[in-house]
Ligand binder design. Structure first.
Ligand SMILES: Cc1cc2nc3c(=O)[nH]c(=O)nc-3n(C[C@H](O)[C@H](O)[C@H](O)COP(=O)(O)OP(=O)(O)OC[C@H]3O[C@@H](n4cnc5c(N)ncnc54)[C@H](O)[C@@H]3O)c2cc1C
Length: 418
């Protein structure tokens, strides 16, 4: 068993770290502080990142890319997130949208959709995955709930609890975006929300039900859709608490007509989503590392209570626990990525890496804030940004509750060694 990175991987790590240090860190706070989310997307950073090739990283050599593996990508994402979590998320979402095409598309589909990424003449080529929808929470959508919260609520009675019944995953019909086959075309209708890169993407990977009368598990199709296809428009641009250097919006599809040949296998998307959770783990490690390094340096410098605060045991124990969490998270992330690279079936390790590292990042950034005392709460110190950035990690790319209950538990329940 050899845990050391290869020479190539160490070089990748260095390139990504230098990019984060020189191009991301000096600008991150300024962009993060912009109140209008439309102004917070730093094209100048992405243009330079795309010039280095971050948007081409996972494209196979046969299609003109470097064909990096999952461990390579985890190494890059950790460093980018050390610079800024939003920048890392932009690339993570871009890779996630392309991965199913790369793993499951035909050669014809791959040549057609990957050629513009390789060409990327203006350094603006990004992709997005459009899966999440408003859903059917009770009778109210989340936004209706927000509007009506003072005068109308969905009633849940004691009888509801007594007779409560959750529809099994295999029977759920929750997708409202539809893809209807019409001759040799699919016609897509629906609204997707919370789409990272939504307003800046050149191509979307869209999920939709091909038959609303059937459960989503049977009827979901996945489609590559160019962003300039007629009928696509951008809805609300979300004003996020953190990850502000990534841009997110609703994406609306109205009678969007695409060739039936642009459908890609649903299993490839499910596999891609599982792979991506490893990258979220790596993002969380990089983010936690940034906060830990700053807190360590502050604890060595701050003199209070008769000593430098690093020598107060309460503070030194926090720092030790933070370091343990980061190292454990990195090991789990690298294991999950390595298993993926070995072609092992994806499952518990990938989801565990996401759940563990996102909980860890939130804890570590909060502890860093505590070590900074009152200054940790001030906007001209960097720690409060990391807390805001970390808060979403247990929520996005499947909530940690969903992953624990629906993915990790079923894996370990039948195979305790998973
Ligand atoms: C910053 C950010 C970036 C995102 N980027 C993208 C993107 O690029 N593309 C995309 O398609 N989506 C994206 N999303 C959406 C994200 O994946 C969803 O927000 C997330 O999966 C949760 O879904 P939801 O918001 O509908 O919450 P809900 O599903 O409504 O969950 C509400 C609560 O109920 C719990 N819950 C729900 N179902 C279960 C269950 N079965 N078991 C136990 N608990 C449950 C949840 O854990 C949560 O606490 C992004 C979201 C954020 C915040």
């Amino acid at each position: 068993m050899d845990f050391s990175l290869s020479t190539d991987q160490l070089q990748l790590q260095q390139v990504a770290h230098e990019f984060a240090r020189k191009q991301i860190r000096p600008m991150a706070a300024e962009y993060d502080g912009r109140s209008d989310p439309k102004e917070a997307f730093p094209w100048e950073i992405y243009e330079k990142g795309n010039e280095i090739g971050f948007n081409k990283a996972l494209i196979p050599e046969a299609f003109g890319g470097p064909g990096l593996g999952n461990l390579d990508l985890a190494i890059i994402i950790e460093e980018l997130a050390w610079g800024d979590a939003g920048v890392a998320l932009t690339y993570l979402a871009h890779w996630l949208a392309l991965r199913p095409l790369i793993n499951g598309g035909t050669d014809e589909q791959r040549s057609r959709f990957l050629a513009p990424v390789i060409a990327d003449t203006d350094g603006h080529y990004l992709a997005a995955i459009a899966a999440t929808e408003h859903g059917t929470a009770g009778d109210l959508s989340p936004r209706d709930h927000l509007r009506q919260r003072t005068d109308q609520r969905v009633g849940v009675t004691p009888e509801d609890f007594a007779t409560n019944y959750t529809i099994p995953a295999a029977e759920r019909r929750e997708s409202t975006t539809t893809a209807r086959l019409d001759g040799d075309h699919y016609v897509i209708n629906g609204t997707k929300r919370f789409i990272t890169n939504g307003p800046v993407a050149s191509v979307y990977l869209v999920t939709a039900t091909m038959d609303p009368s059937k459960p989503d598990a049977e009827a979901t199709g996945c489609f590559m859709v160019a962003a300039n296809t007629p009928g696509i428009s951008i809805g609300k641009i979300e004003n996020k608490m953190g990850h502000r250097l990534s841009k997110m919006s609703e994406v609306l599809f109205e009678d969007v007509c695409i060739p039936s040949s642009d459908r890609i296998p649903t299993e490839a998307t499910i596999h891609g989503l599982a792979s991506s959770t490893t990258n979220v783990g790596a993002l969380c490690v990089g983010l936690a590392r940034a906060a830990y390094e700053e807190a360590l340096s502050y604890a060595k410098a701050r003199y209070k209570g008769g000593n430098r605060i690093i020598f107060h045991q309460a503070i030194s124990m926090k720092l030790a626990d933070m370091a343990i969490g980061i190292k454990t998270g990195r090991l789990l992330t690298h294991l999950a990525a390595w298993e993926n690279d070995q072609g092992k079936p994806l499952g518990a390790s990938q989801y565990m890496a996401k759940v563990y590292c996102s909980d860890m990042a939130l804890k570590v950034t909060l502890e860093a804030q505590q070590i900074f005392g009152g200054y940790g709460y001030m906007r001209d110190f960097p720690v409060e940004k990391w807390v805001r950035d970390a808060r979403v990690c247990p929520i996005y790319d499947f909530t940690n509750e969903m992953l624990r209950v629906n993915h990790i538990l079923p894996s370990i329940a039948f195979d305790p060694s998973a």
